[in-house]
Design a protein around this ligand. Sequence first.
Ligand code: FES
Length: 142
Amino acid sequence: MISGGELTWVMSKGVSGMGDGLASGPRAVGWNQTEEAEELAQWVRICGLAEAPKPGNVMEAEAGGVGICLANVNGELSALENLCPHREGPLGQGWIEGDTVVCPWHSWAFHVKTGLSEYPVDESVDVFPLRVEGEDVLVQIA
Ligand code: FES
């Protein structure tokens, strides 16, 4: 949500943007929309750090009603959309190969940081921002 201070800032930007003419208008609106989207996204606890997968492992989890594949590659956690775009296989029941999570059903592999598939190309899953706060693993969902 936008706090009082931020709302004042947005309002002042909007007023100054109106005086800048059409050329600067859309740019200012786009920036504000991005900021607003970030404000509306929420950080949700997905699990405790002790429950997170160990290096080389994956697990299924849920955050705010969204299915997540939590993956650990070399000690670094990543959160991907759990459903494979092929036939909705559960990526969190798959395995790690290199920097990818491999779907357990037909072996499509998705990079844990970009969500892009190695084969077939042009397929992808969402990757969610993730952070560790104390003993909690949090993901940011829209
Ligand atoms: S459902 Fe994932 S590869 Fe087929």
